[in-house]
Design a binder for this molecule. Structure first.
Ligand code: FES
Length: 85
């Protein structure tokens, strides 16, 4: 039986949060949420994920200068440099 990889997990205790940047602007999100959730919580204009489960690729972002990846499958990480374009 293949290992089950959790895609979603509970956020950390109330008050726990991580700081990161979106196109150079500072942002903050609860620890443990997906990067897509963090971007939605930040109210980013133009970020329109559709499925939030890795199927549509409507949430592609670059993290720390890497290749574009699905934000709905990536956890938000402290200090991440997230680029939408
Ligand atoms: S929202 Fe569909 S792949 Fe991320």
């Amino acid at each position: 039986m293949p290992a089950v990889i959790p895609r979603f997990r509970h956020a950390g205790p109330p008050g726990a949060s991580v700081r990161f940047t979106i196109d150079g602007r500072p942002a903050e999100a609860p620890e443990g949420v997906s990067l897509a959730a963090a971007l939605l919580l930040a109210g980013v204009d133009g970020f329109r994920p559709l499925c939030l489960m890795g199927s549509c690729q409507g949430c592609l972002v670059s993290i720390d200068g890497g290749v574009r990846e699905r934000a709905c499958l990536a956890p938000v990480r402290a200090g991440a440099d997230v680029r939408l374009a």
